[in-house]
Design a protein around this ligand. Structure first.
Ligand code: 9M6
Length: 240
């Protein structure tokens, strides 16, 4: 609820991340490091205290599912194990409101690095079109994941705590446009996705190893997620 102590931070970070995701990748700041079909993955090489924290920005576009469907499945705890192969355990520590949950996740160990876990709030929100006039007809949906503290954090020191800021922003376009009164089918849905993440691994790991892990894991992760939602939704009524 809007009275929760985290609310001001959730509101501020979500809108900041929306702006950050909507910035283009021009200007040579972003380095294209992976490309598969419509998916393009960019990174900036950044180290903090000798730790690789390379910001990542992926842009993708998929047909057949809406931004609402994509964002809902990215946010929902109920389906996380169906697409996110990087996690071993997931606990919902708190449900702050109907659109904000606090997760504790144990990630699978990525050899040779030590096992990691993440404790973060996850907020999903729809942003009405800012220019409905020029044909921007549908809402933008955003999921923002931000590391946080929580009283029920086990703090058992069994693994290394990552610090993450992630945003998943998507918007649906009807392409090709449909005539007045014609029914929109899934073939008309084109959803543009921007996925941004900054993951501080929390404990030392060789830069070469981390960059290899990022290069291998992120393309697989986003491709698997979007394929999962497409398959799950194809036989369902469209949720705009
Ligand atoms: O988008 S989310 O919020 C979805 C909720 O699950 C999210 C995505 C990825 C992570 C993440 C957590 C830990 C690590 C470790 C591995 C060794 C040191 C850092 C990595 C590294 C980048 C590689 C990776 C990328 C994608 C999938 C799995 N592995 C990523 C966490 C959350």
């Amino acid at each position: 609820a809007a009275t929760h102590p985290l609310w001001p931070q959730i509101e501020k970070l979500t809108m900041e991340q929306l702006g950050y995701a909507q910035q283009g990748v021009e200007g040579g700041v972003w380095q294209l490091f992976a490309e598969e079909g419509e998916m393009k993955m960019y990174r900036r090489e950044l180290e903090e205290d000798g730790l690789v924290v390379d910001p990542l920005k992926a842009v993708h576009q998929v047909r057949g599912a809406t931004a609402h469907e994509m964002a809902h499945h990215f946010w929902s705890p109920d389906v996380r194990f169906e697409w996110d192969t990087s996690i071993e355990q997931m606990t919902v520590l708190d449900r702050i409101s109907s659109d904000t949950i606090i997760f504790l996740q144990l990630h699978k160990r990525v050899w040779p690095t030590a096992q990691r876990d993440a404790l973060f709030w996850s907020h999903v929100r729809k942003i009405p079109p800012s220019h409905p006039a020029n044909g921007e007809a549908y809402d933008t949906w955003i999921v923002c994941n931000q590391s946080t503290e929580h009283p029920d954090d086990p703090k058992d020191g069994k693994c290394v705590r990552v610090d993450l800021t992630v945003c998943f922003v998507c918007q649906t376009f009807i392409d090709p446009p449909v005539q007045e009164g014609e029914e929109i089918t899934r073939d008309n849905l084109l959803t543009k996705i921007t996925y941004c993440s900054v993951v501080n691994p929390g404990g030392w790991a060789p830069a070469s190893v981390l960059r290899a892990v990022y290069k291998r894991e992120y393309p697989k992760f986003l491709k698997r997620f979007t394929q999962y939602v497409g398959e799950k939704c194809e036989s369902q009524p469209i949720a705009f």
